[in-house]
Design a protein around this ligand. Structure first.
Ligand code: HEC
Length: 278
């Protein structure tokens, strides 16, 4: 079931993927899905929502034991309390998030036509706060992560449905995120795609490299290493640092565009956050 593959085994496919550089988001998504389908014929595409644990039976066993007593449960409870606390002007997060609230995770990140930029769910929540007269939260802080954990939990099993509207600014944001993903950087000169596409499934030191498909399904995440629940952009910071590249600020333009691209790649997959990881 576990297959470790060397580099460059599928030159034809890699070529096919770079040839789609000028293609649209939907062609990109289909090409990436086809790539993983060929690379991991025995793994259902939806199973990649479990990250590396879809590709490593022994690690999966340990992980399932960890999920028996989910370490993110407290964050969900804290987040539920925060969600119920009225904002400074007496309004609620539900008022701000719209009629589907709190089941909204599947629609984020989204393109905001007013600012002309990608808006993540974390930003939306801080926008709800500041519009009501509250202070914004720290993007790496426990309040934001707890409220995100609650919303992720409520949104479980919804299919990711990120849209890239027919607006040149939205297309540009998507293309920027895609370029970030495929660009080599840092002293080690690795792109995100080097590890999570070309070498997906291989072992890197003690870790198994996950497929990028599913990278956006399960946030926020309780990591044993962090000893707390943290957001996707914290993982971006870590993966950038790992190749000795200068990490960016959480919620920076580049990271939001990267999230837009990555989440679009996972469109149609079921949300399964919050989750635990080592
Ligand atoms: C040197 C290899 C390497 C590079 C380059 C790299 N990562 Fe990672 N990444 C890892 C390892 C190792 C892990 C932990 C094992 C796993 O889940 O794949 C990880 C984990 C992740 C996860 C968490 C997966 C999960 O299931 O929770 C995400 C998301 C991620 N990386 C995104 C990125 C992005 C985006 C980039 C580019 C900015 C990037 N990575 C670059 C090695 C890398």
């Amino acid at each position: 079931m576990l297959r470790t593959l060397g580099h460059g085994i599928y030159p034809a496919l890699v070529f096919a993927m770079s040839a789609t550089a000028i293609a649209g988001p939907e062609e990109d998504r289909n090409a990436l899905r086809a790539f993983y389908e060929q690379r991991f014929p025995s793994v259902e595409l939806d199973a990649h929502g479990d990250g590396a644990y879809a590709l490593d039976a022994a690690k999966r066993e340990q992980w399932l034991e960890m999920e028996d007593f989910p370490p993110y449960e407290i964050a969900i409870d804290d987040g539920a309390d925060l969600y119920d606390e009225p904002l400074a002007d007496g309004s609620s997060y539900a008022d701000c998030l719209g009629e589907d609230a709190p089941v909204v995770k599947q629609h984020f990140p989204r393109f905001d036509a007013v600012s002309g930029e990608v808006e993540t769910l974390e930003q939306r929540l801080n926008n709800c706060r500041t519009a009501a007269g509250d202070e914004p939260w720290d993007y790496l802080g426990s309040e934001m992560s707890s409220l995100m954990a609650f919303i992720a939990y409520e949104s479980r099993d919804e299919q990711i449905a990120v849209e890239i509207p027919d607006d040149p600014r939205a297309q540009a944001a998507y293309n920027d995120g895609k370029e970030f993903f495929y660009t080599r950087r840092g002293q080690l000169n690795f792109a995100c795609s080097s590890c999570h596409v070309s070498m997906a499934g291989n072992a890197l030191r003690a870790e198994r490299l996950s497929a990028a498909l599913g990278h956006a399904t399960h946030w926020p995440v309780y990591r044993l290493k962090w000893k707390e629940v943290g957001p996707l952009h914290k993982r971006f910071i870590e993966c950038n640092s790992q190749v000795r590249a200068e990490p960016l600020e959480p919620q920076s333009d580049s990271y939001r565009n990267l999230e837009y691209f990555l989440t679009y790649m996972s469109n149609g997959m079921a949300l399964n956050g919050p989750a635990s990881r080592k």
